[in-house]
Design a binder for this molecule. Sequence first.
Ligand code: GN1
Ligand code: MG
Length: 348
Amino acid sequence: MDEILLRFPIEGKTLSAEPIDGGHINRSFLVTTDAVRRYVLQRVNPFVFRDAAAIMENIRLIRDFLSDGPEQPPMVAFLDTTDGRAYAEDAEGAAWRLCPYVENSLSLLRPESPADFAESARAFGRFLHALRDFPPARLTETIPRFHDTPDRFRQLREAAEADPCGRKREVAALLDFAFAREERAARLQRARESGEVPLRVTHNDTKMSNVLLDASTRRAICVIDLDTVMPGLSAYDYGDAIRAGASTGAEDGDASELDLKYYEAFTRAFLEACPDLTERERELLPLGAWTMTLECGVRFLTDYLSGDHYFSVSRKKQNLDRAGAQFSLAADMERKREQMLAIVKTRI
Ligand code: GN1
Ligand code: MG
């Protein structure tokens, strides 16, 4: 790591680099120096992101676009290396990048109040809205078919058939749960293909922890983790945020339910920040929440069956628990469907 840090124009001498927990894919470190500034150093997971150059180029394009626009939602800026590159490569070919640490900020795994959650809705909503005129086709799909739910089901089916770790029997009930919903889960993808809702530039990983809050005011500072900013649907960003933030339990915890207070707080703030969603987009938001929840469970379950190579785990059955928690949340959304629809339809 020291050798990597030497390739960036850091102020002062490095004193320490402490791991920052939270993400399931990349590895992040808080770098402290003997100067005033602190930094975040991040290793991009090359197994998940095959083309680091494309990610950094996407981020640059968005940054340039936003800094010219009227709304200018703030973004974290990565530093070029001393030889002018967007990242440094290690001996294994993995990309490392560096940005200033935003002092006095918080990244919450889960919102601590509906007000926190509404702040994340404002941040993700503003981001979506500010990029409404950015042509999605200019971005590289850093992970192709990322929110293509039918394709996620295909991968689950393949993993269950191959069953390389002999875990299929143990997860039979979860597999039944998922496959019983496969048809409905494909509706969002159909809406994308038929063009009934517009393709936008979306963040695609809108969990609460991907918004920085000001630790004193608890207002959103900016959204972070722009690696999966790609063409997508508004329902992805809305839906993934609800999945992660409006549940009563942890992502890898016991059965979760949908907390309607959080759901409503997020929905109001999101709709306010994105005033130009079409009627059809608005109608599809509850389906988006359910689909993103189920899809995430399908991805965790696929990874459990495949031997936990994608999402990092700190204990053996963590991906299994994550899948179970997503499915219980999706089941609760089925019970609360009418209430969800009513909240989305309410005009302020
Ligand atoms: C991963 O790396 P992180 O923690 O931001 C994943 C998301 C999942 C999320 C579940 C590139 O996000 O899609 O929703 O875990 N990111 C990628 O917590 O697969
Ligand atoms: Mg991410």
